[in-house]
Design a protein around this ligand. Sequence first.
Ligand code: FMN
Length: 198
Amino acid sequence: MVAKAQKSLWKSAWKLLLEGQNSPKLPYGTPVVSTVSATGIPYSRVMVLRGASKVEGELLCYTDRRSLKVSHLKQGGGFMAWTFWSPTQQLQFSCSGPTTELPERVCRKTFLDLPKHSRKAYAALSRPGTRLTEPSDGLPDDWTDRPMNQTDYAEVNFLVLKTKITRAEILQLNREGNRRLLVERNVQENWDFQWLVP
Ligand SMILES: Cc1cc2nc3c(=O)[nH]c(=O)nc-3n(C[C@H](O)[C@H](O)[C@H](O)COP(=O)(O)O)c2cc1C
C-alpha cells in the first residue's frame, strides 16, 4: 500500500511540474537536462519545460534537431535525465527515461504556431555548436527585417522531444528531517514508491 506521505510528495512535485510548463520564470520551468555521449561523457544544459503530463508520466521539451543532445540520444541509450529545483518548496525532482521524437506532423504544427522571436532558437544557418571565428547569433543577417513566412525554413530544424519517465526521485529538504522518495514505473505502468536514505 502506498503511504499517504509518499502520494502527497509525488502530488507536490507534479503540481510544480504542471505549473512550470512554458513558464521559464517559475522554478520548475527551466530544468537542467542531461544526456550522455557515445563515449560516456555526460553533458548538461538548461532547457524550458514545454509540457508535463501526470497521467502519462511524460515531459516535453523543444530543441534543434541538429544539436548535440539529439546526437547523444541517437548514438547512446536514448535516455535523458531532468533535474528541477524549487527553492521556495525546497523540493528537488529528478527523473529519467527513454526519450523519443514526436511525429513530424506534430513538430510541424507546433513550429508553425511559434511567434517569430521563438523561431529564432531553431533558425541558425549552421548547426548549434559549430565553431566560429567571430561571435555571432548564427541567424541570417536580415533576420530582423524578415517577414514571418521567410522564417518558415527553420521548421526542418525544430524538434519536440518526449521523455517517458521510468524512474524519479524526490528530495524534500526540511529542518526536521529530509525525505527522499524513489518512484519507479512498474511493468503494469503503475508507480512503485520507496523511501530512501536522503
Ligand atoms: C534559460 C535557458 C533556456 C533554454 N531553453 C532551451 C530549450 O528549451 N531548448 C534547447 O534546445 N535549448 C535551450 N537552451 C539552450 C541550451 O542550454 C543549450 O545551450 C543548447 O540547447 C545546446 O545544447 P547541446 O549542444 O548540448 O545540445 C536554453 C538555455 C537557457 C539559458
